[in-house]
Write a protein that binds this ligand. Sequence first.
Ligand SMILES: [Zn+2]
Length: 314
Amino acid sequence: MPRSLSPGECPLCGTEAKVTDYDEKFTRWVECATCGNFAINVEAEQAVTPESKPLLSAYTRRFFRRADPPILITSSSIGEFVRVLPRYTPPEKLDDLLIQLCRMSPSEFGKPTGFDLKKDYPLVIMSGPAEVHSYLAELRNPNRGYVTIHDPPIVTIEGWRRFEEIGQEGKRSNRAFVAMWFHTSTDEVYEKAIEPAIREAGYEPLRIDKHEHVNRIDDEIIAQVKRSRFMVADFTGQRHGVYFEAGMMQGLGRNVFWICPKKDLEQLHFDVRQFNFIDYESTKQAKDRLYYRIMALEGEGPSANPKETSTAGV
Ligand SMILES: [Zn+2]
C-alpha cells in the first residue's frame, strides 16, 4: 500500500520523523530514524506515558526490519510490548553497549563506531542519549579503557578484548541451545522453523543429538546449556529430557522459548502450562513466531550481518 509521508513528529521519541495522515481506523504510519517504522493508533498515542515511550522505541527499533505485517501499536498492545523487553542490570547494559559499539564499528581498527548516540539508544534499550553518555563514561573509565573519548568513540584493543570475552560468557554468547526430541517426526520443524528462525535472528543453534539423553543428566548437556545464551524447547513427543533442560535453563535465569504443536498443547505437563507457549499449526507459523519472539526478547544476535544493523532505521 503506498504511503504518503510528510515531515512530522515521532509520537514515541519526539524527534523529526516522517508520518502519514490518520486512516479510517485512526491509525497512522511513522518512519523514524530512532524508533524504526511502525503504525500507531490515536488511542495508543494518548495512552503512552513518559516511562513507556523509550521502551516502545526499543521494541519497535529492535523489531521493525522484519516485521510483517508491520508493528501496530494499539492501547492494548503497549503492555505486551513493554513486558516482553528484557530488563538488564547496569553491568549487563554496559556490556550490551560495548557489544553494540563493536558491532557497528568498521572492520578497520581505529575507526569510529557507526553507533549514533542520538538515534541508536533504543538498540541497547536505554531511555535516551543521556543514559548512553553515562555508560560511555564507564566504558572510558581508565580502569576499563574500552573506548576513546572521541565522539563517536573508537573501540580500543582493550575494548575488543572485552568484546571477545563477553562472547565467551554464556549469557552473552551467540549460542542457542535447542532442546527437543530428535526423531524423524521432528526433523521438519527443526529444519524449516527452529534452525532458520535462530539463524536469521543472528544466533547459532546448538543441538546435541549424538546420543539419546532422555532421563539422563549428562555432563556435556549441562555444560552446553550453561554456555548458551537462550534455549528453544520444543515439546513435540513430551520428552522428559526437554522438560529437564528447559528447567535447568530457567534456573540460570535465561530465556526459554517454549514451543509446541497446537494439537499437543493439552498434553503438556501441568507445571509448564503457565508459560507463554508458541503454539503452531505449520512450520511457517512456528518459524515466524519464534523469530519475532527471539528478536523481541534477545535482540539481534552477534552473527547477524552487521552492515544491516548499522543502517537499520535510516
Ligand atoms: Zn521516534
